[in-house]
Design a protein around this ligand. Structure first.
Ligand SMILES: [Fe+2]
Ligand SMILES: [Fe+2]
Length: 256
C-alpha cells in the first residue's frame, strides 16, 4: 500500500496547502494538524481515504473528555477517519490486508526509566503549560498526561501483541514517538525528551512500519530484529519560522 504522510502542519499559525500525492492509496495525518480544528476542512473530499490520529495540540485549551467526541464528530462530518486506540484493516490495490494500529499515545515519562520519571515529568510541565487543556475539569498536567499515556500504552501493547490474524502487514501510528532514537537532534537526550518519545522499542518488531509525529524534525530509520526490520518515519512539518519545515516532504509516499 502506498501511503502519503503528513503531520505537525500546525495550521493554527502555519500557511500550508496540502496536495494529494500522485498514486497514493491513503493519507495518514499523524497529529498536530490544527489546534483550532479549522484546517481539517482542507482534507474534506480528499481523493483517497484519510486516517487521522490526533496530536496533543488538537486539545489545546480544551477539556479532553468533551473534545474527543467532538473531534470524532467533526471528522465524521468531514469524511475523515479518526483513530484512537483503534485498529483497522484495509485492503490495498494488490489485495494485501494492512492493519493500522493507532493512538495518540501521549508520553508516560518513563523514557529514561522509573528512577528518572519525576525529573522527566518536571520537564514535561513545559508542554502541558503551553496546551492549557483540562481533563475532568482539572488542568491537564504531567501526571494527567502520564495517566492517559499508560492507558494508550496498555492498549497499544495488547493490540500489537495479538497473534497474527486477518492481516498481512501492520502499520503503527502514534503522535508521540516510540523510541529515543526519534529524539530531535537539536536537543538530544535530556529530561525534556521524555515529553516527546516513549520507550516503546520492544513493540517495534510487531509492526513493519511505525509512523509518528510530535518531534518537529524528520526521521526515516530502520530497526533490525528477529522478524526482519521495522521502518520508523516522521514527516513533521513544524514551524517554518524556526526552519523546521525545510526537510519536510509534502508529497512523501511510503510503501508498505
Ligand atoms: Fe507538533
Ligand atoms: Fe505534538
Amino acid at each position: 500500500m502506498r501511503l502519503q504522510l503528513l503531520s505537525d502542519l500546525h495550521l493554527e499559525t502555519e500557511v500550508f496547502e496540502p496536495a494529494p500525492a500522485p498514486d497514493a492509496e491513503l493519507l495518514v495525518l499523524a497529529g498536530d494538524v490544527d489546534s483550532s480544528w479549522g484546517g481539517l476542512e482542507k482534507f474534506r473530499g480528499w481523493p483517497v481515504p484519510v486516517l487521522f490520529v490526533a496530536g496533543n495540540h488538537e486539545f489545546d485549551q480544551r477539556e479532553l473528555t468533551q473534545a474527543w467526541p467532538q473531534l470524532r464528530e467533526r471528522c465524521t462530518h468531514l469524511g475523515l477517519r479518526l483513530l484512537e486506540c483503534e485498529s483497522l484493516v484495509l485492503t490495498d490495490r494488490s489485495g494485501r490486508r494492512i492493519r493500522f494500529v493507532a493512538t495518540i499515545r501521549w508520553s508516560d515519562f518513563d523514557l529514561f526509566g522509573a528512577a528518572q520519571r519525576a525529573r522527566a515529568m518536571r520537564a514535561g510541565g513545559y508542554f502541558v503549560n503551553i496546551m492549557r487543556a483540562t481533563r475532568g475539569g482539572r488542568p491537564l498536567d504531567a501526571a494527567a498526561v502520564r495517566a492517559e499515556a499508560l492507558a494508550c500504552g496498555a492498549w497499544l501493547r495488547s493490540e500489537l501483541e495479538r497473534p497474527r490474524g486477518e492481516w498481512d502487514k501492520t502499520v503503527a501510528i502514534t503522535h508521540f514517538a516510540p523510541s529515543l532514537r526519534s529524539a530531535d537532534p537539536r536537543y538530544g537526550a535530556q529530561p525534556g525528551s521524555a515529553s516527546f518519545c516513549n520507550a516503546d522499542d520492544a513493540l517495534l518488531p510487531h509492526a513493519e512500519l511505525w509512523i509518528h509525529g510530535h518531534l518537529h524534525c524528520q526521521h526515516d530509520y530502520a530497526i533490525a530484529h528477529e522478524h526482519g526490520t521495522t521502518r520508523v518515519v516522521c514527516n513533521a512539518r513544524g514551524h517554518a519560522r524556526k526552519g523546521e519545515a525545510e526537510g519536510h516532504r509534502p508529497l512523501l509516499v511510503l510503501e508498505v
